[in-house]
Design a binder for this molecule. Structure first.
Ligand code: CMP
Length: 140
């Protein structure tokens, strides 16, 4: 098994409800190590760039509005098969479809306010990490 790094966002619905620690605990309990973390307000420009792959989707404007509606915590997670492991502990995009014990099933409010983002591939993880972090901000 390979040690990987993946990218995570604790979204505004979770920071608003003071769930940063609860989410982090679930990530750590899943065997993921937080090697970089910062609480920020993302700009509209950043949100539109980060989610550019979804720009033709009907939910794009709402998604960017939501992601800029409050603080987020951007993180780099490290561990064995970190990309897949993170997606497993996050659960399905829509919390209604997520398995019991996952972050989205236990904590998320809706498909939009779904508490966490996680990279869907190792390639996208590298791109997303570089979008928010300088190499020297990542301390493994
Ligand atoms: P995320 O993993 O951050 O990647 C894209 C986001 O778009 C996704 O989580 C959801 O929060 C959001 N999303 C996906 N599908 C829909 C939808 N049908 N309606 C609203 N938001 C959506």
């Amino acid at each position: 098994m390979a040690t990987e790094r993946t990218f995570s966002i604790i979204k505004p619905d979770a920071t608003r409800r003071n769930l940063t620690g609860a989410v982090t605990k679930m990530l750590e309990n899943a065997g993921l190590r937080i090697v970089a973390s910062k609480r920020i307000r993302i700009t509209r420009h950043q949100a539109e760039g980060f989610y550019a792959v979804h720009r033709e989707r009907p939910f794009f404007a709402d998604l960017c509005g939501f992601m800029t509606s409050g603080p987020v915590v951007v993180q780099v997670l490290e561990g064995e098969n970190a990309v897949a492991r993170n997606r497993e502990v996050m659960g399905a995009t829509n919390p209604a479809n997520a398995d019991a014990g996952t972050i989205r099933k236990e904590l998320a409010e809706s498909i939009e306010a779904n508490s966490v983002h996680g990279s869907d591939s190792l390639e996208n993880a590298a791109t997303e990490i570089a979008f928010f972090f300088k190499p020297e901000e990542i301390v493994g």
